[in-house]
Design a protein around this ligand. Sequence first.
Ligand SMILES: [Zn+2]
Length: 94
Amino acid sequence: MSIQGDTELLVTSVSKVDEGDHERFTHIVLEGYTPKGGDFVPLENSVVEGMINQSPVKALCGKIWVPGRDPQKYPICPTCKEVAQSMGWKLPAG
Ligand SMILES: [Zn+2]
């Protein structure tokens, strides 16, 4: 993925809570981006739509799952964080 530093990103953090899931993290999902002076480009990776339509989203770390309606506070997934930081992206708070 090649997204320039002056590109505005739409990034959402969403927790993953599956029964029997050992890893409980808040993952970072890139939903789309707005190039400088351009229009918003959706990546068809919307957390809200995923919750409504039960369609899976993909996190930066590569995890794919259907986001739950009841997000909880877990630590940010270290892999997602690493990817975001290596791209020089600003992370959402929390
Ligand atoms: Zn992750």
